[in-house]
Design a binder for this molecule. Structure first.
Ligand SMILES: Cc1ncc(COP(=O)(O)O)c(C=O)c1O
Length: 367
């Protein structure tokens, strides 16, 4: 009987999730108006830098409508999205390649790099899950330590480039540290390094800053590839949509590794991305909510005597060196999912910025 009640409850909450009810009916505080009640009952997910407020209301509506057209391929709609993305990045349609999440683009760049064998250079510590296949593909990985303040050490990375280097990866802002490169220094780095290898800039988190993207530099530089994603600021991690911006000849080279370029993203996800790009109100709100909740989180962690790195993203990197309890056990006991220790020296870990309520629960859990 209980099971049946639970099941009915789940079904009705699922209906809310599908938008059969107006979700703002459940609004309580302004910062929580985007959250469905069923999501609140889940474990608190502070692990994967997802947006706790998204998808945007316009994206949810567009996804529901596009379900009815899912019997058709999304050629026309992907063309519309590519044009919108090109406009946003001040480039032309020929400079864009869509992927099922930016992970697909990361994989593709790795495969493209592997065609020439050799090595690639990246920071230690950075986002590197996508590099797991590199060994199998015959690529050597060269890692360069971060600076003491957890930033990319661009001059050391430049020095690490040798005759066999085919690609250099810069995650900007960097995951998991949240640091950002000085724009002028990065532009100079790209200018010089791209004479020797492909420079691959991952801007998955740049939307959380007020910094300008480097994407329009690709017009004059065929050795620069920039990736972006709808998974973070736009709240579409599960929809799987991201893209590359590069010179048209480079887009052609990457596309040649695929049987059907731009076709790995579903029509529903494309519709969501188009609507998201138009929902400026939602993006503004997420930006400011993230800033406020991040400020609160850093203040509270600092009060607990935990050193935090200033963050240009939707997560915070902090040291557990001064923490006396078992941090991960505390999270587990309170049904909160965090990450891991990224650097043993200093016991550095990362926490995603959730809603204010989630971060208050997180701080209570570790007190
Ligand atoms: C820096 C960075 N790049 C790329 C990705 C991949 O994201 P997605 O495949 O969802 O676009 C992530 C995911 O966490 C990330 O942190």
């Amino acid at each position: 009987m209980n099971n049946r009640r639970d099941w009915l409850k789940k079904v009705s909450l699922g209906a809310v999730g599908l938008g059969f009810c107006h979700f703002e009916t459940f609004a309580n505080t302004p910062s929580e108006k985007y959250i469905f009640p069923d999501l609140e009952q889940s474990p608190i997910l502070l692990r994967s830098n997802e947006n706790p407020y998204g998808p945007s209301p316009l994206a949810r509506e567009a996804m529901q409508k596009s379900i009815n057209n899912s019997n058709r391929y999304g050629w026309n709609l992907s063309g519309e999205l590519i044009s919108l993305i090109a406009k946003k990045n001040n480039v032309s349609d020929r400079n864009i390649l869509l992927g099922a999440g930016s992970t697909e683009i990361l994989d593709l760049v790795l495969q493209y790099t592997a065609l020439q064998k050799g090595n690639f250079v990246l920071a230690e510590t950075t986002f590197d899950y996508w590099t797991f296949p590199s060994k199998k593909l015959g690529l050597k990985k060269i890692t360069v330590p971060l600076t003491a303040d957890k930033k990319h050490d661009l001059s050391a990375m430049f020095k690490a480039i040798d005759a066999d280097t085919k690609m250099v990866y810069i995650c900007n802002p960097n995951n998991p540290t949240g640091t950002i490169c000085d724009r002028d220094q990065l532009v100079s780095f790209i200018k010089e390094a791209s004479k020797k290898a492909i420079v691959f800039v991952d801007e998955a988190y740049l939307d959380f800053t007020k910094e300008e993207s480097l994407s329009n530099l690709v017009i004059e530089n065929k050795n620069l590839i920039v990736t972006k994603t709808f998974s973070k600021m736009y709240g579409l991690a599960g929809a799987r949509i991201g893209y590359a911006v590069a010179a048209s000849s480079t887009i052609d080279e990457l596309s040649a590794l695929k049987s059907a370029p731009n076709l790995s993203v579903s029509l529903v996800s494309i519709a969501a991305a188009i609507a998201s790009l138009k929902d400026e109100k939602f993006i503004k709100e997420v930006h400011s909510l993230n800033e406020n909740v991040k400020k609160y989180t850093i203040e509270q962690l600092t009060k607990l005597n935990l050193t935090c790195i200033p963050s240009h993203s939707n997560f915070v990197y902090f040291s557990l060196d001064n923490y006396k309890k078992d941090f991960f056990k505390q999270l587990e006991n309170h049904n909160i999912q965090g990450t891991k220790i990224y650097e043993e020296n200093g016991k550095w870990t990362r926490i995603t910025i959730g809603t204010m309520k989630e971060m208050q629960q997180f701080i209570e859990a570790i007190k």
